[in-house]
Design a protein around this ligand. Structure first.
Ligand code: GLC
Ligand code: CA
Length: 540
């Protein structure tokens, strides 16, 4: 159990078409990404997660696939993909890719065949209903822009199920042919060298809504089947589930060899509540609420991703506190439950606070996942629709189009952020590389320290009493090692007394500046923290 790579991983998430355009058509591509792999590995990341890069009409940023066995022609060819995988391996980077099999695009040939002919072999790939189900308006994922989950298809003469947008008909997982196809897709990309998959919308992939299948077993068993298939093909490959579920339900996803990893949405939402209230209590709750998982499983910890910051699992008053702190204007909010901003603008570009937030994320149990551009504190563009606000091109330099592309600005896949405090002339990789104290250089150092200390990825976590409601203390123990971390969530300097009675006579070594402190003599060890200050200590 000592070499589960995903427990030691630090994951970088990116969207190929927003990252680096090589051929100057305004759209990022695999060739451009290849040229940037040393940047990613140089920061210390060990794994890249690619958002969907498959052929797609891009009505949902590629989460609407028309061909699972190919690369979107604007991004490159399968040949380019293999070159990319090979170079990534050379740079010590594993690659995981999005597996988007809850639904296809309505343009997918399967759906086109299914709707055209009731006798089509693909009819049963989707979920149909002759009449509109009564609860068609319940359980929509994008309230405000989506009003039903069943839409009438004139050609088919029936309604089809779509959990997400109407252009994304749900696949029927109860159909064994669909499950075979899902395995074939996994097998294909595994053969091309990927180390696993982010399972998009996992709870919906296995839901049996609208499906008349009397003889289907517990749908969670489908996950176990997928996992078994995956590991026959490639022993160290993983499934990382996107499953934003109540804590109790999450446990089933990890139990009995189902998924290796899942995003910790509960912790994520409580983290932001803790930031908003400047109190450790919500964070402690968020940390202790998720169910324990088998030793071979692992949470993926994150602050922001390519979607809205979903606060749907907080109570109404908690959510309102988070909105008040980080999204006071309605245009910053989305779907009634989320925030469509990047982290740096949410924290008003406060560098100390940003570092504290990332330090906390990097030190919490789990594997950190960082979305491209977070490492330089990129901003967002609220004039773009829905979640596109946080999907602007990577800001490489102060050159035209932020160095992302040489195309004319109007040909870019998305405008670059050019105005305001987060415009590319001020916030870019090139400038931050030259500045020793930049967020980028700090991030590289923080990632290095995290990787040097395996307690972070493997340790068992406990809360350390700090005596101050704004200061969060935790410790991580793994084998003989112990790390103690303290983070001040408040915008004022504090002096706290850590409860380190267990460690009498031992020294705390600061992992970031390597200074040694006086040996612990008192029951409670006094520590000073600046506003938003933090320390990571090894108990030596
Ligand atoms: C996931 C993705 C999101 C997408 C949705 C539908 O939630 O993260 O971007 O819109 O699935 O595929
Ligand atoms: Ca291009």
């Amino acid at each position: 159990m000592r070499d589960l790579w995903y427990k030691d991983a630090v994951i970088y998430c990116l969207d190929v078409d927003r990252f680096q355009d090589f051929n100057g058509d305004g759209i990022g591509d695999f060739h451009g990404l290849k040229d940037r792999l040393t940047y990613i590995s140089g920061l210390g990341f060990t794994c890249v997660w690619l958002l969907p890069f498959y052929p797609s009409p891009n009505r949902d940023n590629g989460y609407d696939v028309t061909d699972y066995y190919s690369v979107h022609p604007q991004l490159g060819t399968l040949g380019d993909f293999v070159e990319f995988i090979n170079l990534a391996r050379e740079r010590g980077l594993r690659v995981i890719v999005d597996l988007v099999v809850n639904h296809t695009s309505r343009d997918h040939p399967w759906f086109q065949s299914a709707r055209s002919d009731p006798g089509s072999p693909f009819r049963d790939f989707y979920v149909w209903s002759k009449t509109k189900p009564e609860d068609a308006h319940e359980g929509v994922i994008f309230p405000g822009v989506q009003d039903t989950i069943w839409t009438y298809d004139r050609k088919a003469g029936e309604y089809y199920l779509h959990r997400f947008y109407p252009h994304q008909p749900d696949l029927n997982v109860a159909n064994p042919k669909v499950r075979e196809e899902i395995e074939r897709i996994m097998g294909f990309w595994l053969a091309l060298g990927v180390s696993g998959f982010r399972v998009d919308a996992a709870p919906f992939v296995i839901e049996l809504k609208g499906v008349e299948a009397e003889n289907v077993r517990d749908p969670l068993e489908f996950l176990a089947d997928f996992r078994a298939f995956l590991q026959w093909r490639r022993g160290d490959a993983i499934l990382l589930a996107e499953a934003n579920l109540p804590p109790a339900e999450m446990a089933d996803y990890f139990a009995a060899d189902k998924l290796q990893m899942g995003f910790n949405f509960i912790l994520n939402q409580h983290l932001f509540l803790a930031f908003a209230r400047q109190e450790a209590a919500p964070l402690i709750e968020g940390l202790l609420t998720p169910p324990p998982m088998p030793e071979t499983s692992q949470w993926a910890t994150f602050l922001r991703n390519h979607d809205e910051l979903d606060l749907g699992r907080l109570s109404e008053s908690q959510r309102q506190d988070a909105f008040a702190a980080f999204a006071p204007e309605p245009r910053m909010q989305l779907y009634g439950r989320g925030i469509r901003r990047r982290l740096a603008p949410m924290l008003d570009g406060n560098q100390r606070r940003l570092r504290m937030a990332y330090a906390l994320m990097l030190s919490l149990p789990g594997t950190p996942v960082i979305n491209y551009g977070e490492e330089i504190g990129m901003g967002d563009d609220l004039s773009l629709k829905e979640r596109d606000a946080v999907r602007t091109p990577m800001q490489w330099s102060a050159d035209d189009n932020a160095g992302f592309s040489t195309a004319r600005p109007r040909h870019l896949i998305s405008p670059v952020v050019s105005r305001g405090d987060f415009g590319y002339r001020d916030v870019n990789v090139s400038a931050q590389r030259k500045e020793p104290n930049s967020l980028l250089n700090w991030m590289e150092r923080a990632i290095r320290v995290r990787k040097e200390n395996r307690e972070f990825g493997w340790g068992k976590v406990d809360i350390v009493e700090t005596g101050d409601p704004a200061v969060f203390g935790h410790c991580l123990r793994y084998q003989d090692g112990t790390i103690i971390a303290v983070h001040n969530l408040a915008d004022r300097a504090v002096r706290v007394k850590l409860d380190v009675s267990e460690y009498q006579g031992r020294r705390l070594v600061d992992l970031i500046d390597h200074s040694e402190r006086e040996p612990v003599r008192e029951q409670r060890h006094e520590i000073e923290l600046d506003a938003y200050g933090f320390h990571w200590f090894r108990v030596s």
